[in-house]
Structures are given as C-alpha cells and as structure tokens.
Write a protein that binds this ligand. Structure first.
Ligand SMILES: Cc1ncc(COP(=O)(O)OP(=O)(O)O)c(N)n1
Ligand SMILES: Cc1nc(C(=O)O)sc1CCOP(=O)(O)O
Length: 579
C-alpha cells in the first residue's frame, strides 16, 4: 500500500496515542495484559500476588527471530526450532507465515506461544491483528500494506507491543510520530526471504533513518532487518551508528536462524556478536581527541614508535593488488621492515588473515574486474573477523561505471574498511560526487581549495566511520574528528608507477602493528613515505624518476632502520597542520 493509503498513521500524534492508551481495556486487551504480565526477561523473578499490576517488562529486542516455516531444514518443526533459538538467546519472536490460512495460523500461533511463554519471551504476529487477538499473544508487527497503526492499536490495546516497518525516511518520520513500540528498519540488504521488499537501505540509509527517528522520538527503539547474518552483523551495526542519537536496539533475522541446522548455536553466536564490540573498533585514542601543535612532540614520538614496531614485528601485508605495481610494492614493504605476500586466491584469504597476530590486508582495485568481488568480500570479512586492518585503494574509482559500482558495493555491502586511500578524484567518487576521471590520474579539480577538500575527507570519514586519506601535492588525513594536513613529499613521486599504490603497503604495515590509534599509525606511514621521497630527491646523482625510485627505497629503509634504534631525527622534516 502506498504512503497515501495510510492517512491514519500520518494524522495520529503521540498525544492521541497516549490518550488512547489510557482508555478502558477491552476483554482482548485484558487478555493481552495478562499474557504480558506472564512475561519476564529470561530469569523469572518470584511472582508475588499484588493488588497493583506489575509494569510490563522492558522490551528486549537484541535478537529478534522472525519465522518462516518454509525455510526450515528438512525434518525440523517450528516449535522445536523456536525453542532452540530462544535457548540460544533469541529475545523476541515474530510469527510470520505468509501462506497459512487463518485457522492453521491461529493453531500454530497458539503452539508457538506456549513455547515462548515458557521462556518469558514475547510473541508477535506478522500482519494479522485478528490472529494476534485469537492467539492472545503480546502484540503484532505491521507494515505499510497492513492494517493502519491506529486501528491496530485500538484493537490490541495500550499494552500490546506493536512494531512498524520502515523502508525509507518518509516512513521513518511517520512511524516515529505514532506511539508504536519499536521500528523494524530494512531491508538493509536485498534478501531472497522477502523478494517484494523495497530497495536495500544499506548501513548509510539505516543511519539516516535512525538520526531522523532520534530527533522525533528519542525513546523509540529500532531493529534492523534484511540480509543480516553472522558475517555482516557487526559491520552493519558499526557503520549504521548515528553521529548523534541512539544506535539500533537489536537485529531481526529470518534465514540466519530458521534455515540453520543448529539454531541454538546460531542464535547464541548472533547474540554475542551483537553484544560485543567489533574486533576492528579502536579503543578511544589514548592521547587526545583533538590535535593541536601542543601535542606535536607526543604525536611525533608515536610516529617513530610505530615505524619501530614495524621493524620489531615484521608484520605480514597481504596484497591483493594490481599487476603493474606488485614488484615495487613488495620492495617498499620490505624496505619499511614488513613482509609482503601477493595472493589473489580466495581459498587462502582466511589463513592469511589469521597467520600472524600482526598482519593487514591491502585491497587495490587497480586492474580488477567484477569477477573479483567474491575475493574482495571474502578478504574483507575474514580480516574483519580477526580484527585485522583492511586498507582499500580505489584506484581509478571514477574512471568507469564498473569501478564506480565496485566501490559502492564494497562500501555498502562487503564489510568494514579501516582506511580508504586515494587521490582527489577517487575520494570524491567514494563520497558519491560524480567525477569524470581520465584513466587513474587524479581529477585534480581542486575547485574549492584545500578547505573544501578537508571538508570532503572529514565527511567521508565520518560517514564511513573509518580513516580517509586524500593524496596529492598536499595530503589530507582524517578520522572524522581529527584532521591532519601533510605538506611533505616530492613532485617526482608522481612520475614513478606504483608510488601511490605502494603507500598502501606502508599504511597496511603501520596498521598491522598500531591498532590503538589508527589515525596516528596512518600518519606515521605517510610521514615516513613522504620524507623518504624528499630525502631521495635531494640525493646526489638523482636526476629523474629512475634514480629517484632507487634512492627512495634506500631512504625508506634508512628511516626504518634509524627508527628501530630509537632515532627519530628524520621527523624534524615534518610539515603538518591540524584542523
Ligand atoms: C522486525 C520486522 N521488521 C520489518 C518487517 C517487515 O514487515 P512488513 O513490512 O509487514 O513485510 P512482511 O513481513 O509482511 O513481508 C517484519 N516483518 N519484521
Ligand atoms: C521479513 C522481512 N522484512 C524485511 C523488511 O525489509 O522489512 S526484510 C525481511 C526478511 C528478512 O529475512 P532474512 O533475515 O532471511 O534476510
């Protein structure tokens, strides 16, 4: 049903809903209230007879199971599956059986309710308010082609749990002006479980919806739904967290649990992923959340420590990179003190992500085709799982529609990327700005000046919740809060093929050893790289790109060696500004 078909929802204010909630409960409402009072959250407190009704338990949406009997593994029953899932940690269940007629739907609802009541977990019915009434369960979930919210609320009563679907910002705004109990935001990703769903919202769309809802009804919890499983749950939560306002209250899944042959284990895994911080999340920066010149000595000391740690730990840098730059990237990786491996075999990305406590993965889009997506996805997810950094170099991002689409897909769907490094055109493409690049060179528009570039870098970092590096004559580095402008480097860098790509190798090495403050690790890599270039260009006998390339490797090696012995004199050449 289109938005215009649900006027009651848009017309109803929170005050109206509150007034309605205060009305005398009908017998159905009393029944629901009774079943609500039987619910406790997991461990039931001893029930003591009381004259005054106990308040309904707090709604726990952490792991929301939505059913679909057609997806059960052979031989499984919905009752046993739901029970196992609750034992694993499911906190709320929705009976969503699209093909059942009314009588069998009610009968199944009663059987499932007997299970959920045993564990004090609320049961809601999808779409059918009449079935919810007949089952006497705790509420219902309704979408935009179902009964309107006002009518559902008046039928189910003030204490029923009613959830509303949200697939876009208009729906988010309308739903947040009702007195509903929660929102189901989705689909996050397109999913075969609901082929008629609206367009995928992706984490960025979820974040916008959450920000809107928080501004209208800060108390209203939301769950996300659509294509969520154990491989993407943490990155969706992390990337969808609003800049201000509440994060999601839970995740709703159908196939991840219903199609599993081990629903208890699957539920337990999903709940623990939901409750724990993702392995790539940095602890809060140890020094300061704002950079100023006052902190420069501290920052430079950390820079030297990071380069020294590369020498100490010899981290593995797994390169998925283009054929043009492989040799030079391997030499740069060795010069800084790390260990390169080049592999595009998706069978071994898992092993490579776990082979050493100090490793990182560099993903370079240089000569890739769409067929590489599975490899990219696997590499990102395996490294995400083991908390290893992923550096993404969207080479030539704006050059062709295939590259633009691959970048969008990586950011929307593949997982979490710790650092994105690119030239102006590439970062503008990541920002969603239409840029026409020739080949893989920078678009070099520089139209808005440095401050505009700083704004672009900072905004993308904030949006992606990661670190963005825009390289050029002046480099800009930001994590969304702290922004650094680096004026080190030499024009000869742009005349050596692979010089830009091999910076990704040093960034990866630095991130592999410095996870506590990723921005500082990236700064260490950028400074070592650019100062090595400045020194190389000044070396006797360097007349052009050929000599420069060799001298650069030597200078990078020299910087790594002196840092390893605790000598940070090379950092005296830094030219930094903080924003
Ligand atoms: C928790 C949750 N969120 C969203 C939906 C989708 O409901 P609806 O829009 O009614 O679509 P159908 O489920 O009826 O296909 C949901 N069921 N649960
Ligand atoms: C029931 C439902 N509602 C959606 C929405 O976007 O509103 S997506 C969806 C199906 C979710 O199934 P799975 O976890 O198997 O992807």
């Amino acid at each position: 049903m289109a938005m215009a078909d649900t006027p009651a929802m848009s017309m109803m204010s929170t005050t109206d809903a509150m007034t309605m909630q205060a009305e005398e409960p009908s017998s159905m409402q009393a029944q629901i209230q009774m079943s609500m009072s039987q619910i406790s959250v997991h461990e039931a407190a001893p029930r003591v007879p009381s004259m005054s009704p106990s308040p309904p338990p707090k709604l726990d949406l952490s792991l929301y199971l939505v059913t679909s009997s057609s997806l059960l593994p052979p031989g499984a029953t919905l009752e046993s599956h739901v029970e196992a899932a609750i034992k694993g940690g499911v906190t709320i269940v929705q009976l969503r059986e699209k093909t059942l007629d009314t009588a069998p739907f009610i009968a199944l609802g009663k059987r499932i309710h007997a299970v959920t009541q045993k564990y004090g977990v609320p049961l809601l019915i999808n779409d059918r308010i009449d079935v919810a009434q007949a089952v006497g369960c705790e509420g219902a979930h309704i979408g935009w082609d179902d009964m309107d919210y006002d009518t559902a609320r008046s039928l189910l009563g003030p204490t029923a749990i009613i959830g509303l679907s949200v697939s876009n910002l208009t729906q988010a705004s309308l739903a947040a002006s009702t007195s509903c109990n929660y929102l189901g935001i989705g689909p996050v990703f397109s999913t075969p479980t609901k082929p008629d769903a609206s367009a995928a919202m992706y984490p960025s769309g979820v974040r916008q919806a959450l920000e809107l809802v928080s501004s209208k009804r800060p108390d209203l919890p939301s769950v996300i739904i659509g294509g969520i499983d154990s491989t993407n749950l943490q990155s969706v939560i992390y990337k969808s967290r609003p800049v201000s306002g509440k994060s999601i209250a839970g995740v709703a899944v159908v196939s991840a649990i219903i199609s599993s042959t081990e629903p208890e284990i699957e539920a337990s895994n999903l709940l623990s992923l939901f409750k724990s911080p993702p392995p790539w999340a940095s602890p809060p920066p140890s020094q300061t959340t704002v950079f100023t010149d006052f902190y420069l000595p501290l920052i430079l000391s950390k820079v030297v420590t990071t380069i020294r740690a590369i020498q100490e730990h010899k981290p593995l840098v797994h390169h998925i990179t283009n054929s043009v730059v492989k040799n030079f990237s391997a030499n740069v990786t060795l010069a800084i003190g790390a260990s390169p491996i080049m592999s595009e075999n998706s069978e071994e990305v898992g092993d490579l992500a776990n082979i050493s406590p100090h490793s990182a993965c560099l993903l370079n889009m240089g000569t890739s085709g769409t067929s590489d997506r599975e490899l990219f996805k696997r590499a990102i997810r395996e490294n995400n799982k083991s908390g290893k950094a992923i550096v993404f170099d969207p080479v030539g991002a704006g050059a062709t529609s295939m590259r633009r689409e691959t970048v969008k897909w990586i950011l929307d769907e593949a997982g979490y990327i710790d650092v994105i490094k690119g030239n102006e055109g590439e970062i503008r493409t990541v920002a969603g700005q239409g840029v026409n690049m020739k080949g893989v060179d920078s678009a070099d528009s520089g139209a808005g000046g440095l401050e505009e570039l700083v704004g672009v870098v900072r905004n993308v970092a904030m949006q992606e919740r990661n670190i963005i590096i825009m390289t050029g004559a002046t480099d800009v580095l930001s994590d969304g809060n702290r922004t650094v402008i680096i004026r080190n480097g030499h024009p000869l860098q742009s005349l050596v093929t692979g010089m830009g790509c091999a910076l990704g190798s040093v960034l990866s090495a630095a991130l592999a050893v410095g996870k506590d403050d990723k921005l500082l690790s990236c700064l260490a890599a950028l400074l070592a790289y650019n100062i090595a270039a400045e020194r190389a260009a000044k070396k006797e006998g360097v007349k052009g790109p050929g000599g420069f390339m060799t001298a650069f490797l030597d200078e990078l090696y020299e910087i790594a060696e002196t840092s390893a012995s605790g000598n940070g004199m090379w950092t005296e050449a830094v030219k930094l500004e903080f924003r």
